[in-house]
Design a protein. Structure first.
Length: 442
């Protein structure tokens, strides 16, 4: 059968059409990506919001293109950027912008120089992060930032499902509910008591489900509940395979492995997946972005000296290759060391990156380029070791996804060497949209 998947990302909106028999026998009939481009400029540096109405209009236009071209499609699966929220009214209409996962209001300090994140951790004994939906909601409640007719909230992909089907009340899959924070993924429910401590009434919370449910129909296609983009990417790239590590490198970095057991540690989340299983996930806030920052640095120099403003990734690839060759000849103690936590970490948002072990021999653009790639990998590898030591899960296969890997062979080689495993790039490039399409058949 034919099925359509839509992925509403932070910077792009993607869609695929699959001819699907089973996980092993599936064919991508077409994939298409458009720019999101819906960020709203505000006076607040910490605020990262997008125009939710424009997003759903763009996503609908892309979906209509597929439905028109593939009238045999029977189902529509949805996914998109996790953590963020859009508020809805009692009629199921979006009444606010999308407060994205990048929003930093949770890190702002009050008069006592205590951030909301710190307050939650101290008062509720749980770890959250700025950008998590319920952190955003608590901040908005306290600062009277809500519109009067808002009654609940959901992710942007959940709202898109409501928009398509005319549903008035959000139904959020556990994979998305978990991304809001204040969610017990063992009991699969919101931690209502702790939310009460923070002033959040139960009436705000959307209804959740642990299985894929039918939301309604759109143009004779069944629309199903959205799942998180991490879960969708894993499903699209790996399927339901055990002992397989997915390494994703986009704006952020991520490692994920399927597990029957619940396991959480600092920096590691147990995210609800499908059929009662979990994805054990470690995420870096500044994955591929670290490499983009270096490119921006080099580009600024070139523009200032030559007047040309062109992408330098091809030259950086040459730098990375040369940097690898140089480092293979150096003693371990004489290699440049880069910590790529330029945007902090989930555990410590105030931490910063660093460049160490500098000497006159390694102060080169080649070493800096290679050092950034190695630093990106090291952050994920530390998370992998935490998972392995805590669960004894044996990883037999390693699959890579995201443009950060597809466009950077040296990075792939560094990952293989550090993780001591062969890295195979996912067969499909639009993993999240593919996983969304597959989820609609569960």
């Amino acid at each position: 059968m034919q099925t359509i998947g839509i992925d509403i990302g932070t910077t792009t909106i993607s869609g695929v059409v699959l001819d699907y028999k089973n996980e092993k026998e599936r064919k991508t009939l077409e994939a298409k990506t458009i720019d999101n481009g819906c960020f709203i400029t505000t006076a607040n540096e910490w605020e990262r919001i997008q125009d939710a109405r424009k997003i759903v209009k763009k996503a609908q236009k892309l979906l209509d293109y597929f439905v028109d071209k593939y009238p045999q499609a029977e189902t529509i699966g949805l996914t998109g950027q996790m953590h963020g929220i859009v508020y809805i009214n009692k009629e199921g209409k979006g009444v606010t912008p999308l407060y994205t996962w990048q929003d930093a209001r949770g890190n702002l300090c009050n008069k006592e120089q205590v951030s909301l994140i710190e307050e939650i951790e101290k008062k509720c004994k749980i770890h959250t992060a700025s950008g998590y939906g319920l952190v955003t909601h608590i901040y908005n409640l306290r600062h009277d930032l809500l519109v009067e007719n808002a009654v609940s909230f959901c992710t942007i992909m959940d709202y898109f499902g409501m928009y398509l089907t005319g549903r008035k009340n959000p139904l959020v899959h556990a994979s998305n509910a978990d991304s809001f924070g204040f969610f017990d993924s063992q009991k699969m429910r919101f931690e209502k008591e702790k939310l009460e401590e923070m002033g959040v009434k139960e009436t705000w919370l959307p209804k959740i489900c642990t299985e894929i449910k039918k939301l309604g129909t759109y143009r004779n296609c069944v629309v199903t509940t959205a799942i998180g983009d991490n879960q969708a990417s894993f499903l699209g790239a790996v399927g339901n395979e055990d002992h397989t590590l997915l390494v994703n490198m986009g704006t952020g970095g991520q490692i994920s492995v399927l597990s029957d057991q619940y396991f959480e540690e600092k920096g590691i989340e147990a995210r609800p997946f499908l059929n009662g299983t979990y994805l054990l996930v470690g995420s870096s806030l500044c994955g591929g972005k670290a490499y983009a920052l270096l490119e921006r640095f080099f580009r600024s120099i070139v523009k200032t000296t030559t007047g040309k403003d062109e992408a330098l990734y091809e030259i950086m690839e040459q730098f990375a290759r040369a940097g690898k060759e140089q480092n293979q000849k150096r003693e371990k103690g004489k290699k440049l060391k880069v910590e790529t936590t330029f945007d902090g970490t989930r555990i410590n948002p105030e931490s910063s990156g660093s460049i160490g072990n500098l000497n006159s021999d390694n102060f080169t653009p080649e070493d800096f380029t290679y050092g950034i790639l190695e630093g990106m990998t090291t952050e994920l590898y530390r998370m992998y070791i935490t998972i392995q030591e805590g669960t004894n899960i044996e990883v037999e296969h390693m699959i890579g996804s995201g443009n950060g890997l597809r466009k950077n062979l040296v990075l792939c080689e560094i990952i293989e060497e550090m993780f001591h495993n062969k890295l195979v790039l996912a067969a499909c490039e639009e993993e999240a949209a593919t996983g969304a399409a597959m989820s609609s058949l569960f």
